[in-house]
Design a binder for this molecule. Sequence first.
Ligand SMILES: Cc1ncc(C[n+]2csc(CCOP(=O)(O)OP(=O)(O)O)c2C)c(N)n1
Ligand code: SF4
Length: 276
Amino acid sequence: MSEKTNSVRHDYLRHDKKFPHVWCPGCGNGIVLGSLIRAIDKLGLGKDELVLASGIGCSGRMPVYVDFNTLHTTHGRALTFATGIKLAKPALTVITVMGDGDATAIGGNHFIHAARRNIDLTAIIINNQIYGMTGGQYSPTTPYGSFASTAAWGNIEHAFPIAELAVTAGASFVARGTVYHAAMLDGLLARGIAKKGFSVIEVMSNCHTQYGRRNQMNDPVTMMRHFKEKAVSVDRAAKMSAEEMNDRFTIGVLADVDKPNYMEEYQKIRERAQQH
Ligand SMILES: Cc1ncc(C[n+]2csc(CCOP(=O)(O)OP(=O)(O)O)c2C)c(N)n1
Ligand code: SF4
């Protein structure tokens, strides 16, 4: 394993090979990347013990920049590749990063079944409420009534609440954060990565280029302010009425339960079969 320095950036990023990155200036993806490497550093994980797998999208570029074992796969399939890696090499810590389109549109079935099966992976879902990379088409998380390149007259569909969907589908650990609350995000990612079983961390993030500019939030600062104003802690939300919550969303830990995970159960089945 390579020697650790006292610079997280130096230890975990392909800083001398892959930068500058492709993201728009001010994109929330960079904040999530920073949080991810700080969380990993906090957990004391070496880069050789880690895998970061992604699908396709702006968020899907993240594995290019980290100096772990990495896999940039096909759109919607990050969880399927990650499941294979984890089954073949259970000792590795396997993390996926996906966009809202990647995880809940084309990859929606893989997502709910990974949660139901409680596969020992961490899923970071960067929810910028739009298809960023391909030109601002609406996704399953684009709010009702908002605008997208494919919803010039306002979106007539209703949005999935990703974190609540993951709780219902059976994930062991579910949290929601935002790129505005970056210090909190470091902690949520660390808890999710450390948790045995399927962990989901939904991150509300700004795509000012494709979503913001069509919805009166042209720049990263305006979008950050929006997240600051709309985010309500889980504890505070519990004391608020549905009317008070209105278009606000909760941040914090929504579920943290212990139950058998797929990898442990699969190992037990193998041992039982080998005894026959
Ligand atoms: C099978 C397949 N269908 C469609 C695409 C085109 N495509 C690439 S990225 C993307 C959506 C990106 O949106 P999202 O997953 O939310 O990620 P973001 O770019 O916002 O981070 C689509 C539709 C593709 N690459 N592969
Ligand atoms: S298009 Fe949106 S998601 Fe993609 S890099 Fe630019 S701001 Fe980020």
